[in-house]
Design a protein around this ligand. Structure first.
Ligand SMILES: O=C(O)CCC(=O)C(=O)O
Length: 282
């Protein structure tokens, strides 16, 4: 795929080669806290990825963490058990873009998850990721991959630009009914930001992706369509991020002491990718 610097009306970048993410693109990511990339996966990759995620749904005996709630279902850390999905999760092109945007020289996998919003799925409540994660540093971040079309009607991600610079916010102190509504956002953010809350929806075609910072405020509308919204998340972690002591499903009890670096074979290095050169084209 050719890399271009064209911009669409939705603010998505068309750049698909890490080398095309110049200093201005990196600074835009740092300023806004998110960046969409159109057609980051090929049609073949997306079709194979989606077929494998649909196969996960049909499994009866799961050897990975699975959770279902009124917002979505999550199949977590499937890279450990599903060889065919691992190649998409370890995709060196995505890891190269992640390394470029984060300016990290070495990135590990924090965890992965298939995230499926069924028809009628409730809004994903406004939140930041970091407060739910067991990390001291805020460097971890996400790529959300659309495996089918994600629209406002089906529950596309929405962001509050710049909110990653507002610190850790206390969404756990507000009930779900409050923070699933855009008005509820007002009670989460610093007082001086209350009048400046304009969510930016990231409508994505299948194979397009959006990256966001771990302190980015994000949520979704409900899925009002008749079909499931299929997304897949890869969470990247710069090497050296430390454990805060908070329990988390992908960390075993006693695996780390507070302030230990989160590392080891359960958190594999995705960048530099095995067999690639430092530009991420390999
Ligand atoms: O897919 C969703 O509905 C929510 C995803 C999310 O919260 C995330 O990417 O951190």
């Amino acid at each position: 795929m050719a890399a271009t610097t064209e911009r669409s009306g939705t603010g998505l970048e068309y750049k698909v080669d890490a080398a095309a993410f110049d200093e201005a693109a990196v600074q835009a990511f740092e300023r806004n806290g998110f960046l969409g990339v159109r057609d980051a996966l090929t049609a073949e990759e997306t079709a194979d990825f989606l077929a494998q995620v649909k196969a996960l749904e049909a499994e009866t005996a799961r050897e990975y963490f699975f959770r279902e709630n009124p917002q979505y279902t999550q199949h977590v850390n499937v890279w450990r058990t599903h060889e065919g999905l691992r190649r998409h999760i370890f995709n060196p092109r995505l890891a190269a873009i992640a390394a470029r945007l984060s300016r990290a020289s070495r990135l590990r996998l924090w965890h992965d998850q298939a995230i499926i919003k069924q028809p009628g799925g409730r809004p994903t409540t406004w939140h930041q990721d970091l407060p739910a994660w067991p990390m001291i540093e805020a460097g971890t971040f996400t790529v959300w991959i659309a495996l089918g079309e994600a629209t406002v009607t089906s529950g596309a991600l929405q962001y509050i630009p710049g909110s990653h610079r507002w610190g850790r916010l206390a969404h756990n102190t507000l009930p779900r009914e409050t923070i699933e509504r855009p008005e509820g956002l007002r009670w989460l953010v610093p007082d001086e930001q209350r009048e400046h809350l304009t969510p930016v929806p990231m409508e994505l075609s299948a194979g397009s992706v959006t990256f966001h910072h771990s302190l980015m405020l994000h949520g979704t509308s409900p899925n009002e369509t008749g079909g499931a919204r299929y997304g897949f998340i890869v969470n990247y972690m710069p090497d050296g991020v430390r454990y805060s002591g908070r329990p988390h499903p992908v960390i075993e009890e006693g695996q780390f002491a507070t302030f230990d670096r989160i590392e080891g074979p359960q958190f594999p290095v995705l960048w530099p990718a095995a067999g690639s050169d430092a530009t991420g084209r390999g």
